[in-house]
Write a protein that binds this ligand. Structure first.
Ligand code: MN
Ligand code: MN
Length: 306
């Protein structure tokens, strides 16, 4: 594969913002159909395509859930410590749980409780931790490590193991980080990104998504297959997200991850205005600022001179 030429700094920041705002939008849009089947969604909404809140959590329109909040925790930890500090990440998770968030996954809750009680930064390996809870919050690590694949792999797995210690989860976290790095540097969806994904699936056949098995649970394999399927079968942010969240299941998380990758590919200007307007304004401005902060401090951006 040919290396792609390095885009300018403005374009990279724009895509980083697209990824973080896209993640929050996917979370807010998908929370409405979380735990529903495609048939139930069709019956109730026809096609679900507006940010209206509700869902099993009775959200306000534009409200986000744990996927966005835990990602923000990692971003804040990096900003507050001025670098990577795993204890700072765990502290942010602990403060977040103590603030009684609207939604906490059971594996995340268990890992964070372990940290609060025993200062454990790594849970024991377990096949039960093959949920998507570590994957859904890894974006800030990818932004902060842009340009350094070794740092990405190290930090992204460290943050994962606070709650999820499982090889499938690890592989997904590292590869989504890789895809984000490539997308931010301008790799094309149906060129390099698709080729990388095909070779990832070859090495990790569990994640084969073509033909799409149609499951969209919180099992990290189902989640990754759903995100790949809708990312690579659409050519714009809106269609990718609408397809993903109408699949139901863990729709806020598949939505968040599809929004993250599609946002990195299409940039913030690829996100429909009606969704941007609806997203909780405080969340929108915080993730926008964090995206710029994190990527501006990445090795790749620091090495670029204006
Ligand atoms: Mn959620
Ligand atoms: Mn979820």
């Amino acid at each position: 594969m040919q290396p792609v030429p390095i885009p300018d700094r403005k374009q990279i920041v724009e895509k980083a913002k697209g990824a973080f705002v896209g993640l929050a939008i996917g979370d807010a849009l998908g929370a409405t159909t979380e735990f529903m089947t495609p048939g139930e969604i069709k019956l109730q909404y026809g096609v679900h395509q507006q940010i209206i809140g509700k869902g099993w959590l009775y959200l306000k329109p534009g409200q986000v859930t744990d996927d966005t909040q835990m990602s923000v925790c990692i971003g804040r930890a990096i900003e507050k410590s001025g670098g990577w500090d795993l204890t700072a990440v765990a502290e942010e998770f602990a403060d977040w749980v103590k603030g009684r968030p609207i939604d906490v996954g059971s594996t995340c809750a268990r890992g964070i409780r372990n940290y609060i009680l025993h200062q454990t930064l790594e849970v024991a390996p377990s096949r039960w931790s093959a949920g998507n809870g570590a994957l859904m919050r890894m974006l800030p690590v990818a932004l902060y490590t842009l340009g350094n694949e070794d740092l990405l792999a190290r930090y992204v797995v460290e943050q994962a193991h606070i709650t999820h210690n499982n090889p499938l989860s690890d592989a997904a976290c590292i590869f989504f980080g890789r895809l984000l790095h490539e997308a931010l540097m301008g790799a094309e969806l149906f060129g390099r990104l698709l080729a990388l994904t095909k070779s990832f699936v070859k090495n990790h056949p569990d994640f084969a998504y073509n033909p799409y098995p149609g499951k969209s649970s919180a099992y990290v394999v189902d989640t990754v297959q759903t995100v790949f399927h809708f990312l690579f079968s659409t050519d714009n942010f809106e269609d990718c997200l609408v397809g993903t969240v109408n699949q139901g299941g863990d729709a806020d998380t598949t939505g968040a991850l599809a929004g993250m990758l599609a946002g990195a590919v299409y940039g913030v200007q690829g996100i429909p205005k009606r969704w941007l307007k609806r997203l909780d304004h405080r969340v929108c401005s915080e993730v926008d600022a964090l995206a710029a902060y994190l990527v501006e401090r990445s090795p790749a951006l620091l090495s670029l001179t204006d």
